[in-house]
Design a protein around this ligand. Structure first.
Ligand code: BTN
Length: 320
């Protein structure tokens, strides 16, 4: 219904359409039309309402299209096959399915909106229409299964470097892979892998970037924990440029990883980290641990220096 309403307004190219006409065409009440107009505004449409004349479309939310994206891509291996969707449950699910069907490494799935975006630790991921980059990429790395967490850190490095370069914002990595501006999260990374008999078959790299979200997209209780690039910088960003910038950076760091292993990626991660050398509390599956993170192990685990002086690797935890 909303899509139909948007299409009707778009057809009129900035001319007014009366509420009555819209309710007749859509076969709903005028109150319902008004409610859908409000929803469209929440999705980024700018609509002028006049009691006498009805509604007119002033501006539509920007859209990622192949025409906007493909000319910006500089990568050789990644993003050479791009699938764009308007609305999906989760780009991770589409990527999983395509990977099972044999889609090549670097296949990229993008959606304007996710209805059930997934986060880490079983959380949901807010993915409103036209405001962010919600994407999943298929990788087929030839690495031993236990090294998979290294790819999470690698993704954080690539994303952090790309976003710093494209936005000029002071962005840091909170272990393992959250990107923060002044302590507030701007993106999330979710890696899901599929293995068979201890062999990695494919990895789906899920990346969510809160690009052009406004305050009203978040609930009140989220606002002290999260922020969008737009809110942080005060300007709107071109999402296609961000996708292309991320892919370019990812390809460079991934190639470095393939050629030289994890060591150079670890150095890059440590240089961008905002979690090292500060006392912290970690919630692990085994309980709470306190200490000072001092670096990364070869495996990608966080090295935590405990009060008694011992340093232990932590593989999976939530950093408080
Ligand atoms: C996190 O909890 O920080 C990870 C969030 C990952 C969100 C992205 S958005 C694109 C992809 N599809 C999903 O359902 N999740 C990931």
């Amino acid at each position: 219904m909303r899509e139909q309403l948007a299409a009707l307004l778009e057809e009129k190219q900035g001319e007014y359409v009366s509420g009555e006409q819209l309710s007749r065409i859509l076969n709903v009440s005028r109150t319902a039309v008004w409610k859908h107009i409000r929803k469209l505004e929440e999705e980024g449409y700018k609509i002028e309402a006049s009691r006498k004349l009805g509604y007119r479309l002033v501006d539509s939310p920007d859209q990622i299209t192949l025409t906007s994206l493909l000319p910006r891509l500089t990568t050789v291996r990644l993003g050479r096959s791009v699938k764009l969707f308007d609305e999906v449950d989760s780009t991770q699910n589409i990527a999983q399915k395509l990977a099972e069907e044999g889609a090549p490494e670097g296949t990229l799935i993008l959606a304007e909106r996710q209805l059930s975006g997934r986060g880490r630790m079983g959380r949901s991921w807010l993915s409103p229409k036209g405001r962010g980059v919600w994407m999943s990429m298929i990788l087929r790395p030839t690495i031993p299964l236990p090294y998979t967490p290294q790819l999470t850190l690698l993704t954080a490095v690539a994303l952090c470097r790309a976003l710093r370069r494209l936005t000029g914002l002071e962005i840091g990595i909170k272990w393992p892979n959250d990107l923060l501006i002044d302590g507030r999260k701007i993106s999330g990374i979710l890696l899901e892998s599929s293995a068979e008999e201890e062999r990695l078959r494919h990895v789906i790299v899920g990346v969510g970037i809160s690009v052009n979200l406004d305050k009203q997209h978040y609930t009140e209780d989220m606002l002290d924990r999260v922020i969008s690039l737009k809110m942080a910088a005060g300007i709107t960003f071109d999402r296609s440029e961000i996708i292309a910038g991320f892919l370019a950076e990812f390809e460079a760091v991934y190639t470095l990883y393939e050629q030289e292993g994890f060591a150079p990626v670890r150095s890059l991660w440590e240089a961008l980290s905002v979690s090292l050398h500060k006392p912290c509390k970690l919630t692990t599956p085994q309980g709470i641990m306190e200490g000072i993170p001092v670096g990364l192990a070869d495996s990608g685990a966080l090295l935590l220096k405990l009060e008694d002086g011992d340093t232990v690797p932590v593989f999976s935890a939530e950093m408080g």
